[in-house]
Design a binder for this molecule. Structure first.
Ligand code: NVA
Length: 313
């Protein structure tokens, strides 16, 4: 069966653990394993802006012995110039894995349905699962483990990061609190799914509207831009509504001793996070950014092994 990584809960909690172990092993030996030797091609397509994702996938695929083929979504015009299904069939004949950053989740689901090779979500409007694997790896490194820790997400909980932290944090046995203004709550179905997963891992998932209450005793404080790609016209209105959720020294002081600060980047200092906190001693954001590469190498390697059988490392 072809395995895909389209949303965080495409990996069971046990599988997520395996991927995180593999990511740590690949980080320890970055130039050793070559499961893409050939080189096999990985198609990496962007319908939205990128920096970290393009750089980390390109570098990671090269380290695995493969050929990263960057496809400009503006040139390909997937779904307009030709159907998603036809693009999937064509790319599936050229590449061993397809990585796609696009808009609605339904687009990547359609790609996966027709590609015949593993498809990886490199961010959609609803989820950013590669980021959360990198973030869990980072939490493991700084705190030793994930289970039992409290992670608070501040900001637009209706966006991809809010959703992905709910699902991935729950799978990792964490207590996930998302804190947001009224009207920016996570999708109810995704929150319910996170609670269902948390019930099996000893974690929990909840919306805690008051940002102070949400940060109290938290081990991990995380935020994201208030203005996700595609929401630029709402920037001014959002800046006003989201102000009480800014990750600043006052909120950080409410966290647990040794709490760490995370941000998937790009960050806007003075908006969702202060420069003092982002550039301060609790921040682990550069480790997070580096870990994108190690995490994604593990995701690609693991998906190919599940799909094609062991022995590829
Ligand atoms: N929520 C942000 C994440 C950027 C990595 C966005 O979608 O723009």
């Amino acid at each position: 069966m072809t395995r895909h990584f389209l949303r965080d809960d495409d990996l069971s909690p046990a599988e997520l653990d395996q991927v995180l172990d593999l990511a740590a092993a690949l980080k320890a030996d970055p130039y050793g394993p070559k499961p893409l030797a050939g080189p096999r091609t990985v198609a990496i397509i962007f319908d939205k802006p990128t920096l970290r994702t393009q750089a980390s996938f390109a570098a990671g695929v090269a380290e695995l012995g493969g050929n990263p083929m960057i496809v400009d979504g503006n040139l390909a015009q997937i779904g307009t110039r030709e159907s998603i299904a036809d693009v999937a069939r064509v790319l599936g004949r050229q590449a061993g894995v397809i990585v796609w950053r696009t808009h609605d989740q339904s687009r990547i689901e359609e790609m996966a349905a027709y590609a015949g090779v593993p498809v990886v979500n490199a961010l959609t409007d609803q989820f950013h699962p590669c980021q959360t694997v990198a973030d869990l790896l980072t939490i493991r490194e700084h705190r030793g483990a994930t289970a039992g820790l409290t992670m608070t997400f501040l900001g637009d909980a209706a966006c991809n990061m809010g959703h992905s932290y709910l699902l991935a944090g729950a799978a990792a046995g964490m207590h996930v609190r998302v804190s947001c203004p009224v009207g920016f709550e996570p999708d109810a179905g995704i929150l319910a799914r996170a609670q269902e997963i948390a019930a099996t891992t000893g974690g929990s998932a909840a919306v805690v509207t008051d940002p102070k209450q949400a940060c109290e005793g938290a081990d991990v404080l995380v935020t994201d831009t208030w203005v996700s790609m595609g929401k630029e016209t709402e920037a001014a209105a959002r800046a006003e509504v989201f102000a009480p959720w800014q990750l600043n020294a006052d909120l950080l002081a409410l966290g647990a001793d040794g709490a760490i600060v995370m941000h998937c980047l790009p960050a806007y200092r003075g908006k969702e996070i202060t420069a003092e906190v982002l550039d301060g001693p609790r921040s682990v954001i550069w480790d997070q950014a580096e870990n994108r590469r190690h995490a994604q190498k593990a995701v690609i390697t693991w998906l190919l092994e599940q799909t094609e059988g062991p022995g590829r490392r």
